[in-house]
Design a protein. Structure first.
Length: 199
């Protein structure tokens, strides 16, 4: 009889223990599923936000390009305009300050604009692919604006003759497998358009 009571007690404890373990395991599984669901939702929301950002940036870049084209097309006698000078200035990583080398090239552009009063200049900012696309678009615009300000301050070039735009990382001049890819893509391209018939 004593043995039977002990065995029954042991069996009860075992069953209770299994019940507790089952409840604990079920609870852990439920918590894990909840955490996983939250993570999936978070990743999904981030992906949707990134897709929206990319679309917005593409639209902004398109608007900037159209704005520059419209401004150039409105220039008097544009049908007789052609590229009369091109140059490129480069920048340090994550910078938009004009270096001494860049200043020399901008001086050439300024003298060309002075010698051609009807000429206009397109100033396009570019970046490498380091960092977020949104930031790179802004950095490209800051680089273009720095070049524009230099020409206005040093040569007195009227603002209506200078058109800035930013392509950010979208129009690299150097591909990833080329040497000095990043440094070559951190640039502002300068294009002066002039009336050939007046030259």
């Amino acid at each position: 009889m004593k043995t039977f009571v002990v065995m029954t007690l042991a069996l009860s404890l075992l069953l209770i223990g299994c019940g507790v373990n089952k409840e604990y395991v079920n609870e852990q599984i439920a918590q894990s599923e909840s955490r996983m669901g939250s993570r999936i939702n978070s990743v999904s929301e981030t992906a949707e936000a990134n897709a929206a950002d990319v679309q917005q940036l593409q639209q902004l870049a398109q608007q900037l390009e159209e704005k520059a084209d419209m401004a150039i097309n409105k220039a008097a006698g544009f049908e007789n305009y052609q590229i009369i000078w091109e140059g490129t200035i480069n920048f340090e990583f994550d910078q938009y300050e004009i270096t001494d080398v860049a200043a020399g090239i901008l001086d050439e552009a300024g003298m060309k604009l002075e010698g051609n009063p009807g000429a206009i200049i397109e100033i396009a900012g570019h970046t490498d692919r380091t960092g977020p696309a949104r930031y790179n678009l802004i950095l490209g615009e800051m680089r273009a604006t720095a070049a524009k300000r230099y020409l206005a301050d040093r040569f007195g070039i009227s603002l209506y003759r200078m058109f800035t735009t930013s392509y950010g990382e979208d129009k690299p001049t150097a591909m990833p497998d080329e040497q000095n890819t990043h440094s070559r893509n951190r640039r502002v391209s300068l294009t002066i358009w002039g009336n050939v018939s007046s030259n």
